[in-house]
Design a protein around this ligand. Structure first.
Ligand SMILES: Cc1ncc(COP(=O)(O)O)c(C=O)c1O
Length: 426
């Protein structure tokens, strides 16, 4: 299905167009902009639930949602309700997930630099798994267990040394990486030996996360091949292939589905004779396409024969991906979904940085005007979660929509929020 010039594979599952205006989950998005203001994240709740169910059906019990992609109490609860576990990588993500009522045994504790305090919090709560990432961390867990904390089940994060075709900052499985224990250096072997011998932890498996925005399913197979000898030599019961499945952001891109990804991982396990339980930690592929962002156009500058700048009321504080990775997006006007997008513009934010770009090369309808609501699709992952208060810009609200109803799940920040942590000097 194509909704005007924007293909459906760049929009949430449950979209429709009435009188050329966009609705998500049965709710007109311009009405939502009027009610909640802009910038605004709108998530199609049924889309999120469908992706979670797809992941559970494809990988089985144990598959975890990587909360770093997008987390709020409502999201944590939704993921748990749909049968996924949750990957948390900091004390903060652990806190939000627990505060949403997710049972601790559904949580997988990650992080390349977990502090003793974070580890204590995880062990005292009784998290389901801790994924070991350094020798220092092993020492910290031993000290905590000696101090009375419960013995955790652990996976050892291995670094298979695989070069995947993605942005340099999204590669995590190459030898020169801060994550995991390198296989080529022998650290992986040593870490597994130590974890297996330790009374302060129960070694249950190995883990690898080779990077993000990976479109070639075969890359995961290579990682499985690198992990296979460790799984077999130690008769380990579990293997997690991490996250990293790519998603399409612009017209013409295509990515494997979650079931296709799972099939290729399972096939690689079969090829390498692995019978361990296979799990994964998708983040982006669960949430990215499930959301759109709405902005209001504030100024339009035509710079003769060079470029047109369309400035909106958000930017790098709600979506730093273009600045960090040069990521591309589409843009369109939800008041005129079917309109031809014949005008080339650069959509920029309101921050004091020339690099504050929302869409570098956007095609928009020629009659775009100040006051228009602009929509960028596929903004459900690593936008809200990587947002900031740069320039003291208020972080946007988040609404979930389903069956014609909208519910506010994160309120917009207020100016009072900006000074809440300040200690006033008398
Ligand atoms: C250990 C780990 N697991 C899972 C993920 C989720 O990756 P993605 O959102 O690309 O699926 C990440 C992302 O950085 C990660 O570091």
């Amino acid at each position: 299905m194509t909704l005007g010039p924007i293909p459906h594979y760049l929009l949430p599952d449950n979209v429709s167009v009435e009188e050329d205006r966009l609705s998500v989950g049965g709710v007109d998005v311009i009405d939502l902009a009027e009610e909640y203001g802009t910038p605004l994240f709108i998530y199609d709740e049924d889309h999120l639930r469908a992706r979670c169910r797809e992941a559970v059906a494809a990988f089985g019990d144990g598959v975890a949602y990587a909360t770093k992609a997008f987390l709020s109490q409502a999201m944590a609860r939704l993921v748990w309700e749909e049968g996924m576990h949750l990957d948390v990588a900091t004390g903060g993500e652990l806190h939000v997930s627990l505060s949403a009522g997710v049972p601790a045994d559904r949580l997988v504790m990650h992080g390349n630099n977990k502090s003793s305090a974070e580890l204590r919090m995880a062990l005292e709560a009784g998290v389901g798994r801790v994924v070991l990432d350094s020798f220092d961390e092993i020492g910290r867990i031993e000290a905590l267990v000696a101090d009375g904390c419960r013995v955790p089940k652990v996976l050892v994060r291995l670094n298979p040394g695989i070069d995947v075709h993605t942005h340099e900052y999204l590669q995590t499985g190459i030898a020169d990486s801060k994550f995991g224990f390198g296989i080529s250096s022998g650290d992986a072997h040593r870490a597994i030996e130590i974890a297996a011998a330790s009374r302060a932890m129960e070694l249950v498996g190995v883990h690898a996360h080779i990077g993000s925005q990976i479109f070639v399913a075969g890359s995961f197979g290579k990682a499985i091949g690198a992990l296979a000898p460790f799984i077999k030599n130690h008769a380990l019961a579990e293997v997690s292939i991490g996250g990293g499945l790519g998603v399409a952001y612009v017209t013409g891109e295509s990515a494997p589905s979650i079931p296709e990804w799972a099939d290729s991982v399972k096939e690689a396990c079969l090829t390498h004779g692995i019978t361990a339980r296979i799990t994964a930690e998708p983040g982006r592929s669960i949430v990215a396409r499930g959301a759109i962002t709405l902005y209001t156009v504030g100024t339009i500058k035509e710079i003769d024969s060079i470029r047109t700048y369309v400035a909106v009321d958000g930017g790098m504080s709600d979506n730093p991906r273009p600045v960090l990775y040069g990521s591309g997006y589409e843009a369109f006007l939800p008041r005129a979904v079917g309109a031809e997008r014949s005008k080339q513009v650069r959509i920029v934010g309101k921050h004091c940085e020339s690099g504050d770009v929302v869409v570098s090369e956007a095609s928009v309808p020629a009659d775009i005007a100040v006051g228009d609501i602009v929509c960028t699709p596929v903004t459900g992952a690593y936008g809200h979660s990587m947002g900031s208060n740069y320039n003291m810009v208020l972080r946007p609200a988040v609404v979930f929509v389903s069956s014609g109803q909208a519910r506010l799940v994160v309120r917009r920040e207020s100016y009072d929020d900006l000074t809440r942590r300040d200690v006033t000097v008398a």
